[in-house]
Write a new protein. Structure first.
Length: 420
């Protein structure tokens, strides 16, 4: 049973309401669906990953009413319960049954039953946001869940779908409900009813020898990264893998993620351009082709020469509040390329249906698309927005988690980097 025992401000509730409600209605598949005869394929729910660390702050208690958010913190794992993977898996199986589908092994335990016959494997990475307040002696709360889904095709040996759905539960007064299971049920329902997921559960006629049965025309790009998963890269060396992106009269930042010359940046840095100029830390400029982009998530992928620079490692796990981070980029003017600033992770946010990392690290115009890295030189997020008040910096800056950039650009790290 879930008990609302803490309170947070109206600002967070408003973000949950306006963001999750709007974005939860859409599922964004990776690629273009191909037509195929409908033959049911087996899928196994094999992994649920928690994107938040125990003790992480997910809100603050309101002191008097919903306009106050300066009280004690709300902590994940104590004030807000941790995820319960087995119950979430059972919830997913029930949703599949309602939709006329079957989950391999769901007749007993999804985590202990042999699912070797399943052609597809499903994983879920979950981020939770919670807000609560009290107004006129009535307790109100909002429990939001963003689920990043990934479907792996065993025969193709690759991920064939990455997408996100959301679930939101609003409670008032003394309602006795379990928002975790309800929010996940709603997120799962949106996945299962989507065209992209439904198409994956239907297979084309058996392919002839040598023919592909791939469902999507946009393939996953594997990022060739020669870093050892345990290697530490000094901040001074990481600067060499960060570039300035010049697009006509404007500029932003980007960073090398593959030995084959792939660079990640923001969509708003490249806009609709097909070719941009990539300026390296030593001042050398190369041409870069914009090969993929996602305007909605504000990410883009550029292909250029790597110049034998070392790609940055990628850290896709949860980043705890208070951890030290560094921003690298080209703020304000191109003459300030290679600028490094230091700060901490201030919070994890869900805004307009998307996840963001908040940090007080100093950024300015031109930092957009540049990396936010941890003390070991691994990218945790991408600079996207610095909030100002009457033109002055506030110390509130937002970054796109690197996991989201990989998902929306259909990228996969060839060498995984541990979460911490």
């Amino acid at each position: 049973m879930f008990c609302v025992c803490t309170r947070a401000g109206a600002w967070m509730i408003a973000r949950l309401l306006t963001g999750l409600v709007a974005a939860a209605l859409a599922v964004a598949p990776v690629g273009t669906l191909a037509q195929a005869p409908k033959t049911q394929r087996q899928i196994a729910f094999t992994k649920i990953e928690d994107q938040q660390a125990r003790g992480e702050v997910v809100g603050r208690e309101g002191l008097f009413d919903c306009r106050t958010e300066s009280g004690p913190p709300i902590n994940y794992g104590s004030d807000v319960p941790l995820l319960r993977p087995a119950e979430l898996a059972q919830t997913f199986a029930r949703q599949m049954t309602r939709a006329g589908h079957e989950v391999a092994g769901s007749n007993s335990s999804l985590f202990k039953t042999d699912t070797s016959e399943a052609e597809l494997e499903l994983g879920a990475s979950i981020f939770v946001a919670f807000a609560a307040c009290e107004m006129r002696d009535v307790a109100r709360s909002a429990y939001g869940m963003t689920v990043s889904w990934e479907v792996y095709d065993r025969k193709l040996r690759q991920v064939v779908l990455r997408t996100q759905t959301e679930g939101l539960v609003l409670q008032e007064g003394k309602e006795q409900t379990d928002p975790q299971l309800i929010a996940f049920d709603r997120a799962a329902s949106r996945l299962i009813s989507s065209q992209a997921f439904t198409a994956l559960l239907t297979a084309p006629a058996e392919a002839a020898p040598g023919e592909s049965r791939e469902v999507y025309t946009q393939p996953i790009i594997k990022l060739v990264n020669n870093l050892s998963s345990r290697e530490v890269v000094p901040i001074s060396d990481a600067v060499g893998s960060v570039v300035a992106i010049i697009n006509d009269d404007s500029h932003g930042s980007g960073f090398l993620v593959s030995a084959e010359g792939y660079v990640i940046t923001n969509y708003h840095v490249v806009d609709d351009s097909k070719v941009v100029t990539v300026r390296w830390s030593d001042g050398i400029e190369t041409k870069g082709e914009v090969v993929r982009s996602d305007k909605r998530r504000d990410v883009a992928l550029i292909k250029t020469g790597s110049r034998d620079r070392q790609p940055l490692g990628l850290r896709t796990g949860a980043i705890p509040t208070g951890e030290e981070v560094y921003a690298i980029g080209t703020p304000i003017d191109r003459g300030f390329q290679n600028t490094v600033t230091r700060g901490i992770v201030s919070a994890n946010r869900v805004m307009d249906g998307f996840r963001y990392l908040q940090s007080d690290v100093t950024v300015n115009g031109g930092n957009s698309g540049g990396p936010l890295i941890d003390k070991n030189g691994r990218v945790v997020a991408i600079c996207v927005l610095g909030i100002r008040d009457e033109g002055l910096p506030t110390g509130i800056n937002l970054f796109i988690p690197i996991r989201d950039a990989l998902d929306f650009l259909s990228l996969e790290a060839a060498i995984p980097v541990p979460a911490s």
